[in-house]
Design a protein around this ligand. Sequence first.
Ligand code: IPE
Ligand code: MG
Length: 232
Amino acid sequence: MRKIAHLPNHVAVVPDGNGRWAKQQGLPRLVGHLAGAKNMRLVVEYLNEYSIKHMTLYGFSTENWSRPEDEVEGLFHLLEKFIDQDVPEFHKRGIRLRHLGRLGELPPSLQQAMNRAVELTKNNTGMTLSLAFNYGGRAEILDAVHHLIADSISPQDIDEKLFNSYLYTAGLPDVDLLIRTGDELRLSNFLIWQTAYSEYYFTKVLWPDFGKREIEKALLSYSQRQRRFGGL
Ligand code: IPE
Ligand code: MG
């Protein structure tokens, strides 16, 4: 494990490139997603070894529903499996699970698995692993606005702190480092409010190949940057 001077407190990840990874090997896309799910575990555990306090993973966006039905179902199935197989191990390591997004629109068995994982790990004090699943940044902001209005909050009481507390990410700090694999240079509706001052790290490496050395490179790149938050 490489020593790194300034580590981020909150790392968010857009794991992209599963489909291309599979295609390169002449395999079905779902095999790529399976390799991607396996890699998630590795990355979670490696960031946890670095004692990074918050990690947020973009697993399924509100726009991913437009993919073929069998791929969508495959992704749901994989997440359920990921939760059932990997969460007990995460629990042992003190990791706390959280869900970000519209849970109610997902298949009931997946909702239950997610709720069980959150419940099981709710008192853990290690890393918080947030799974953004059926998540959209604009949907999140709209949901927050709807709740503010439903709670009859007056305009003068709405500041950034209060608004934050109405987001799915309530209680989480802003993202310090956003990593996107798979050679796409965009945010794709992920944490659009929370990444306003994040550092971005883009790499051509496809998600299933984003291993320990790649993580170290991303952390090192972050640690060498100077953050000014609009100041001098
Ligand atoms: C990202 O891989 C995984 C999810 C969206 C769940 P893709 O499925 O987008 O892979 P590419 O971009 O087609 O290679
Ligand atoms: Mg993609």
